[in-house]
Design a binder for this molecule. Structure first.
Ligand SMILES: C[S@@+](CC[C@H](N)C(=O)[O-])C[C@H]1O[C@@H](n2cnc3c(N)ncnc32)[C@H](O)[C@@H]1O
Length: 248
């Protein structure tokens, strides 16, 4: 809340890469470095309650529709990079018991992820079909593969490079993200950066981006812009960056 209150100030009076969060809390570090400080135990718990809350707003089936998890060979390892408490991983694991899932995140979060896994899918935790692993994604990837969100494009490319370095020829990269729909309407299909990527605009007199009907994606974008990344609106350039980092 405090970070978003500073968003307009940091846009109108920018100082380097300073975010609303930095100005609100008087710190130059990243949001996650601050969140994981020992004195912010309450804030970290609150953050993960919020993450679970926003996940609950999604269609429970969305994760099963975006990628054919059951098409992966039995025994495949799925690594959920920056997987938080692991709610997405558990949903994948529950429907695809032949996969092995590794949730990676920072130390405090992994403690929460273990509790969450034991409470929600103990059978898979016990049989080690779901594991939690401490890993900083700015360092070389110890396993290989999947899932990212939230980072500036420069940082995102760095994460992707580490993943690429650890990948095998059969490794697949799955990026789960929200792409803002344009308030100005959809480009001609001939202008699409990636074929099929444009979503149909809402019919008039509605706003082309469905206005308040899809406002939650904009709200999320505003809060992420205030606290985690500088660019507004994740765009398809991120996906293109993925190709440039060798994931073609
Ligand atoms: C917005 S949350 C997304 C969590 C999960 N992927 C989901 O969609 O529910 C971003 C996650 O990245 C983690 N994270 C931040 N910096 C990280 C780093 N350097 N290495 C690993 N994980 C990190 C955070 O702790 C947090 O759990």
């Amino acid at each position: 809340m405090k970070s978003v209150a500073m968003l307009a100030d940091t846009i109108l009076d920018p100082k380097g890469g300073e975010l609303g969060f930095n100005r609100a809390y008087g710190t130059t570090g990243s949001f996650f470095d601050w969140l994981h400080r020992p004195e912010n135990v309450y804030q970290v718990q609150r953050f993960y309650v919020a993450m679970r809350g926003t996940a609950a707003l999604e269609s429970p089936d969305a994760i099963h529709k975006g990628f054919n998890w059951s098409g992966l060979p039995a025994g495949s390892v799925v690594v959920d990079v920056g997987g938080g408490t692991g709610q997405i991983s558990l949903a994948i694991a529950w429907k695809n018991p032949s996969l092995r899932i590794v949730v990676q995140d920072l130390e405090d979060t992994i403690k929460n992820s273990k509790i969450y896994g034991n409470e929600n899918l103990p059978s898979h935790v016990e049989s080690r079909k779901v594991e939690s692993q401490v890993h900083d994604f700015y360092t070389p990837q110890p396993v290989c593969s999947v899932i990212a969100q939230d980072w500036s494009e420069e940082r995102f490319v760095k994460i992707l490079r580490h993943l690429r370095d650890a990948a095998h020829p059969t490794t697949k990269l799955v990026v789960i993200d929200k792409i803002l729909e344009s308030a100005a309407g959809v480009p001609d299909s001939g202008e699409e950066a990636i074929p099929g990527s444009a979503r149909p605009s809402a019919p008039a007199p509605l706003l082309p981006d469905w206005g308040v009907g899809k406002a939650s994606v904009y709200y999320l974008d505003v809060s992420v812009s205030a606290s985690v990344r500088k660019q507004e609106g994740r765009s398809l350039t991120v996906v293109i960056d993925a190709f440039l980092t060798g994931w073609s």
